[in-house]
Each structure stands twice: as structure tokens, then as C-alpha cells.
Design a protein around this ligand. Structure first.
Ligand code: NAP
Ligand code: MG
Length: 501
């Protein structure tokens, strides 16, 4: 967006999207559009009177229909050769690339992403499709087996069956697209239940799949409240796997339900769960402090801190604590918050009223657990705006140091030395991302083995993983240790069959 032509194209895309606001979106089951009596509005979190779209809501009966349709479609889809399936993804990626700014504009409107954050979300969705398409082609190649003279042996990766895909709202395009297309390119059929705050983006993506020629019934679009139809989808005997990205508590519930065999079920359901985070940035005494401060601010406040990878804990060596804190407070105070359709704002709103109230409650808790040194207030009317907020001198065991807030709040704590800093960094139940800023080679090597997170970064921010470059996913309560955008990922959607002749 430093180029005028891109700014112009983006403004036009915003206008196009504005002209399409408020439309109705139906369920899509087996290609059929289905309207329901019950509807739910999706709103613009920057401007809460603005309706993005009105979406029909599935009930259990329609959920049943979606699963039955997916199960029936699986019988034909599983026989489509892997390279054919991959080409659907390449085609869909090409269409999305052409409509990139339009999709990003929907992200600005429906999710409250800034232009740059929206652009990154769309780019990641394109990358996921390209990457998983190529990955499927690789997996379909002849797999290396030890040869023996009397037999011809072959190992092939075959699909699982019907998958329930339950994405979050915070990367409503990238994560939703990644989870859905990984499942379908592997030969499975999908019931896609989008997050209730961002269903329109998912509906727009369904248009792309249709344009790309993906057969009806391969992906079934089933908007509806997770608490109303979630259990039914997870427990259904025809459900073969669940791919979930979201909070710890919902992930754990799905894990429990999926583990129990339903009458008529003849497999053990597989769960791929990517869950919460409580991510730390450690700053050592000999680090580049300016670089560290800049990256703490970007990691904590990009998209209002609503990333599972967001920095919410800054663990600073005592010798440089005051200096890093001062720099971070200065940089935080310089950030602007407002309706992100205007690109001069760095930070937009948080997603909805529930998140808004929850984050403001955590800010009150923070005031009792530490010293408020920046932000701490609501930031404007008509939208769910909260100031970027920094707390100093927080105990490592304090609630705001342990619990996922999922908003623009970062807590600082002081470490005696580097070992102490690592000990604090590892003291949560999560293990998603982390960064260390240091110039000390021995400390880098120590953190490399001891800092227990799925994505560990040195001298850079802890957000912003690139598909194929930084396979993404965490340990412990952050999920089932899967790696989206990595070479192992499609294996989670397949099972290996050996044939010996
Ligand atoms: P969430 O509340 O857990 O919701 C995630 C999805 O689960 C939504 O589609 C939601 O539907 C659905 N859901 C809710 N209750 C359900 C139930 N009982 N059964 C089945 N599905 C149900 O999480 P969120 O607020 O959307 O997203 C934020 C969370 O996601 C954070 O914890 C963040 O760390 C995590 N996250 C993790 C990663 C990662 O890669 N590890 C990436 C992104 C986000 P409704 O919208 O209808 O409630
Ligand atoms: Mg939620």
C-alpha cells in the first residue's frame, strides 16, 4: 500500500463491498441454496449499526442433511485422482488472487482488519491452496518402500471420509480456507461450519469453490451457532474427523465428545485441534532493545491482539527492563485506533460485544495485578474499540500472565537473568509461539531446546507465520501438535494403505 495504484485498487474494492452489504446468505448443501426461518446478522465491528449480511442458520435437521450429503458425495469424490483434486485448488487460488482486494475488503468490514492485516489474511489463503495442492501431488507420488524381489508393494494415502471443519473468526479467510481445502484436496468431503461472527467471508469463498468447479456436495456450507449444532456434528456417527481451530475450552469439549463412540459408528474419530495461546517475548540484557520494543508492540497489538500467536507477555531481563518498557509505552501511545476502512488507523476494533466486555474485565483485573502504564480505556463510540494496553510489574503467575485474553493487552514482568526468563516463558499451560531477543549465541542455543513452543522465533516478532516457511501450531493446551502449512499436515487428513502383489 506504499504504492498509489494499490491504494486506489483497495479503495475501489471497499466501494464494491459497500455496495453489496446487507445481502442474504443461504446454507449450501449439495449445491442447493437453503433459506431458514432463523437468521443471524453479521455486523461490522467498527461500525455496529452496519449489517454485513443476514445469514440463514442451520438446525439439527439441516446438519443431518449436510452430513448425509457429504457422506454420499464422498463415494464419488474419493475416486477423483489426487492431481485432479489439486487442480481445483490451483484454480481457486487463481480466482482468489484476481479478487484479492475484494476479499480483503470483506475482511476489513466483517472482521475489523486493517488493510495490511486483511491483505496478509487473503495472501495466506492463496498460499494455503497453492501449498496444499502441491503437497497432495507429492503425497500421491510413489512412496519409497524397501524393495524385495518377489513382490510389488505400494503405499498410498487415501482419504478418511466426512470431515467437520470448524474455523475461528480471527483469520476468517486464511484459516477457514486452509482447513477446508486441506480436507478436500486429500479426498474428503466437508461440512463447513463458519464462525458466527464471520460467516459472509466464508459464503464468498463458497462462490470461489463453485467458480473453480468443485463438485456440489464436496464442501457444504452450514452456518449456525456452535453451541447449538456443534455437538450434533461432532457426535454424528458418519463424522470421520473434526478439524477445529478455536479456544481451549471448545477444543477440549470436542475432544471429549469425539472420543465417545456413537451408535453405528465404525471408526475412531480423528481430531485436529488448534487451540489457544499465551505467547511470550523474552528480551535478554544484550539484545537490540529498539528492535525488541518495536516487535513487542507489533506482536501484541496487530489486529488488536486477536491472534493466537499474539504477544501477551513480555519477559524482560532486569538490567534492561526499564528501558524496554519505556520504549514500548512510547510506541504504544503513538498507535491509533479507529474504523480500519480508513488506512490511517493502525488498530481496529475487537470482534464483538462479548470479546469487548471480556477484555475490559481483564483490564480491570490487570489494574489489581500490575501497574497500568499505557491505554486501559475504551477507545471510541459505535465500534468495539479498546486502547492498546500495557501493564508493568506483573507477577509471572498473575491471571493476566496466564489466561488468554485475546485482545490488545500485554503484561510485563522482570526476570533476574536469562534462565529465569526462560523459566517464566515456560510457565503457562500453552505452548504456541514465542520470541527471544538476544545477541548471545549460548542463550539462543539454550532457548532453542528449552523454550517449549511450536513456533520459536529469534530476534523477530512472534506473529506472522508464512505458509510453507513457518509451519504453524503449538504444544500442550495449544492443540494436537499439528502444523498447518507444513509437510506433515495433509497426513492428518489421510490414512495410508499398503498393497502388496
Ligand atoms: P471459539 O469460541 O472456540 O470458536 C471457534 C469455532 O468453534 C467457531 O466456529 C464456533 O462457532 C465453534 N464452536 C463454539 N462452540 C462449539 C461447540 N460446542 N461445538 C463445536 N463448535 C463450537 O474460538 P474463537 O473465539 O472463534 O477464536 C479464538 C480462539 O481461537 C482463541 O483461543 C485463539 O487462540 C484460537 N486460535 C488458535 C489458532 C491456532 O492455530 N492454534 C489459530 C487461530 C485462533 P460460533 O462462532 O458459532 O460460536
Ligand atoms: Mg467464540
Amino acid at each position: 500500500f506504499s504504492k498509489e495504484e494499490n491504494r486506489k485498487a483497495f479503495k475501489e474494492a471497499l466501494k464494491l463491498v459497500e455496495s453489496q452489504l446487507g445481502q442474504e446468505y443461504d446454507l449450501i448443501i449439495g449445491g442447493e441454496r437453503i433459506k431458514t426461518e432463523k437468521k443471524r446478522k453479521s455486523i461490522n465491528p467498527s461500525h455496529i449499526q452496519q449489517t454485513i449480511g443476514t445469514i440463514s442458520q442451520a438446525n439439527q435437521e439441516l446438519a443431518e442433511k449436510a452430513i448425509q450429503t457429504a457422506a454420499k458425495t464422498f463415494e464419488s469424490w474419493k475416486a477423483v485422482p489426487a492431481d485432479h483434486r489439486a487442480r481445483y485448488l490451483f484454480k481457486a487460488a487463481a480466482i482468489l488472487r484476481r479478487r484479492k482486494h475484494e476479499f480483503s475488503a470483506w475482511l476489513v468490514k466483517e472482521a475489523g482488519k486493517s488493510w495490511a492485516e486483511a491483505d496478509a489474511d487473503t495472501a495466506e489463503a492463496i498460499d494455503f491452496m497453492e501449498f496444499y495442492g502441491r503437497e497432495m501431488i507429492r503425497l500421491a507420488e510413489r512412496q519409497p518402500l524397501v524393495r524385495i524381489p518377489t513382490e510389488d508393494n505400494e503405499l498410498t494415502y487415501i482419504p478418511l471420509g466426512v470431515g467437520i471443519v470448524i474455523p475461528p473468526w480471527n483469520f476468517p479467510l486464511a484459516i477457514m480456507v486452509g482447513m477446508t481445502t486441506a480436507a478436500l484436496v486429500s479426498g474428503n468431503t466437508v461440512v463447513l461450519k463458519p464462525a458466527s461472527t464471520t460467516p459472509v467471508i466464508a459464503a464468498k469463498f463458497m462462490e470461489i469453490l463453485e467458480d473453480a468447479g468443485v463438485p456440489a456436495g464436496v464442501v457444504n456450507y452450514l452456518p449456525g451457532s456452535g453451541s447449538e449444532i456443534g455437538d450434533f456434528l461432532v457426535e454424528h456417527p458418519l463424522t470421520r474427523f473434526i478439524s477445529f481451530t478455536g479456544s481451549r475450552d471448545v477444543g477440549l469439549r470436542i475432544n471429549e465428545l469425539a472420543a465417545k463412540r456413537s451408535p453405528g459408528q465404525k471408526w475412531i474419530k480423528r481430531l485436529i485441534a488448534e487451540m489457544g495461546g499465551k505467547d511470550s517475548i523474552v528480551v535478554d540484557k544484550d539484545a537490540d532493545l529498539e528492535l525488541a520494543a518495536t516487535n513487542i508492540v507489533h506482536s501484541a497489538f496487530g489486529f488488536s491482539g486477536q491472534k493466537c500467536s499474539a504477544c501477551s507477555r513480555a519477559i524482560i531481563h532486569q538490567d534492561v527492563y526499564d528501558e524496554v518498557l519505556t520504549k514500548v509505552v512510547e510506541k504504544t501511545n503513538a498507535l491509533t485506533v479507529g474504523d480500519v476502512a480508513d488506512p490511517s488507523y493502525y488498530m481496529g476494533p475487537v470482534i464483538d460485544e462479548h470479546a469487548y466486555n471480556k477484555i475490559l474485565e481483564y483490564i480491570e483485573i490487570g489494574k489489581t495485578e500490575g501497574k497500568l502504564v499505557a491505554g486501559g480505556e475504551k477507545a471510541g463510540e459505535n465500534g468495539y474499540f479498546i486502547q492498546p494496553t500495557v501493564f508493568a510489574d506483573v507477577h509471572p503467575q498473575a491471571r493476566i500472565m496466564q489466561e488468554e485474553i485475546f485482545g490488545p493487552v500485554v503484561a510485563f514482568t522482570k526476570a533476574k537473568d536469562f534462565d529465569h526468563a526462560l523459566e517464566i516463558a515456560n510457565n503457562t499451560e500453552y505452548g504456541l509461539t514465542g520470541s527471544v531477543f538476544t545477541r548471545n549465541r549460548a542463550h539462543i542455543e539454550k532457548a532453542r531446546t528449552e523454550f517449549h513452543v511450536g513456533n520459536l522465533y529469534f530476534n523477530r516478532k512472534c506473529t506472522g507465520a508464512l505458509v510453507g516457511v513457518h509451519p504453524f501450531g503449538g504444544f500442550n493446551m495449544s492443540g494436537t501438535d499439528s502444523k498447518a502449512g507444513g509437510r506433515d499436515y495433509l497426513l492428518l487428513f489421510t490414512q495410508a494403505k499398503l498393497t502388496s502383489e
